[in-house]
Design a binder for this molecule. Structure first.
Ligand code: AFD
Ligand code: MN
Ligand code: MN
Length: 435
């Protein structure tokens, strides 16, 4: 049974008055690209196949350590979050999977939740465990660590929680477990660097042992926060070492915000791919640290360079990569503090698709030739030419052909979705918290 949140008529009416202009722009771009030997229809086909998952926690307004400013009509539970994610997918036709977080999204009937998602046109992406926060009634606190805790019972509790997440994920149809731990220290000397990593690896290997054959365990590194002096899985180096030690089903997940400022993240992507260890991506943007700003809002060029590596990797799969070649799970991971989360994710999906399309447009033959002959300027220009193309007509046309809206934000505002939900949903409490 289909239960799509936005009426097909609304989208059709919205598109009807925009189709002529879009066809015009698409045809003009098609002629321009044809002059360089690029078939616009082939690029559109790549976009039609492209998708990125959205995080269930991104459907609500995030917050900072200081405050949270909820908006009327915000989702208050996983059912409402799914409905909002369905709006994003219906309009963008690019976000068909939701990544849930436990225990935040816990329900009593996961088979029912899977059906509910399917009726909204959604499936589930990676399941996320949460051992960075204590829950009411929890036996052992994570205040000094979880998988790397010095206390055995705490480590065991964290292992069991991750195994429970795998069990839930099996019922939801997921095939990835993303593990991000907040474990680390705030003071020099607080913990022994070597022994804490030993404890993490020992506990993580117990989680790894519980993975079904076709599953992956994605290790998400993060340089700082909540621990500000050291973090157990702090960088891509620690992450790949841990993934190599755990085994072939363990891969690294790159969150764009989890690196030192000015880090060459595109090179990290290439490194992880070289060893068959790039398992997933969390898209967002940052100005200073783990700001979780909207994808491409601060540095769209960096996002393009990351996609340039991803498209290159796809064309050249390495050993150890998932069956079917290079296929990392792409996901948005943002915190929306001052915008309507649906609008932020629609805008982010667009920014991500633009960078992907531009990366597809790179003349790889010209790039490789220039690289081989050390023609620095022409190598750079191969990237620059693609980056300068306005690919928005290709994305809009691919989206409209799939049943989405030509102008996603205008269609969303016209739908009055949030105002309607403001009447129906109960208010979210105040408070603070980084998600
Ligand atoms: C964190 C990490 C990680 C985690 C999420 C939870 O990026 O993805 O699961 O936020 O709020 O900063
Ligand atoms: Mn993340
Ligand atoms: Mn983060």
């Amino acid at each position: 049974m289909s239960n799509l949140p936005i009426s097909a008529d609304l989208i059709a009416e919205h598109n009807a008055v925009r189709t002529d202009a879009l066809e015009d722009d698409y045809a003009a771009l098609g002629r321009k690209l044809a002059r360089t030997g690029v078939d616009i229809a082939a690029v559109k086909a790549r976009l039609a196949d492209f998708s990125v998952a959205v995080p269930s926690w991104g459907a609500g307004r995030g917050g900072t350590r200081f405050a949270k400013f909820p908006i009327p009509g915000e989702p208050t539970n996983i059912h409402e979050k799914l409905a909002d994610c369905a709006v994003i997918n219906q309009l963008s036709q690019m976000t068909p999977r939701v990544s849930p977080h436990f225990p935040w999204d816990k329900v009593s009937d996961f088979a029912g939740l899977r059906e509910e998602a399917a009726s909204l046109g959604l499936g589930f992406d990676a399941v996320n465990s949460n051992t960075f926060q204590d829950q009411p009634g929890q036996a052992h606190s994570y205040s000094t660590g979880s998988l790397s805790s010095t206390i055995e019972a705490t480590r065991q509790q964290a292992v069991e929680h991750n195994i429970e997440c795998i069990e839930i994920g099996r019922q939801l149809g997921s095939t990835d477990l993303t593990v991000w731990v907040g474990d680390g220290t705030n003071f020099p000397g607080q913990q022994d660097f070597v022994r804490s990593l030993d404890r993490y690896l020992d506990a993580a290997s117990q989680v790894y042992a519980a993975l079904p054959d076709d599953w992956q365990m994605l290790l998400e590194h993060k340089m700082f926060e909540p621990a500000f002096y050291s973090t157990v899985i702090s960088d891509w180096g620690s992450s790949i070492l841990a993934a190599q030690e755990l085994g072939p089903k363990a891969k690294c997940l790159v969150d764009l915000g989890h690196h030192a400022p000015n880090m060459n993240i595109e090179q990290i992507v290439a490194r992880l791919h070289r060893f068959g260890k790039l398992g997933g991506f969390h898209f967002n943007d940052s100005k200073y640290g783990d700001d979780d700003l909207d994808s491409g809002s601060i540095n769209p060029h960096q996002l393009f360079l990351v996609f340039n590596e991803l498209v290159e990797a796809e064309a050249n799969p390495r050993a150890n990569e998932r069956e079917g070649g290079f296929n990392p799970s792409y996901m948005i991971d943002q915190s929306h503090n001052v915008t309507d989360p649906i609008e932020s994710m629609l805008s982010s999906a667009e920014a991500i698709a633009q960078c992907f399309a531009k990366a597809v447009l790179v003349d790889r033959e010209a790039l490789h030739e220039a690289q081989a002959s050390n023609d620095t300027m022409m190598a750079f220009q191969a990237l620059r030419r693609a980056y300068n193309v306005d690919v928005s007509p290709i994305i809009a046309k691919a989206r409209a052909e799939a049943g989405g809206a030509i102008d996603v934000l205008a269609a969303y505002r016209k739908s009055g979705w949030r105002q309607r939900k403001a009447q129906e949903r109960k208010a979210v409490g105040l408070g603070a918290g980084i998600v």
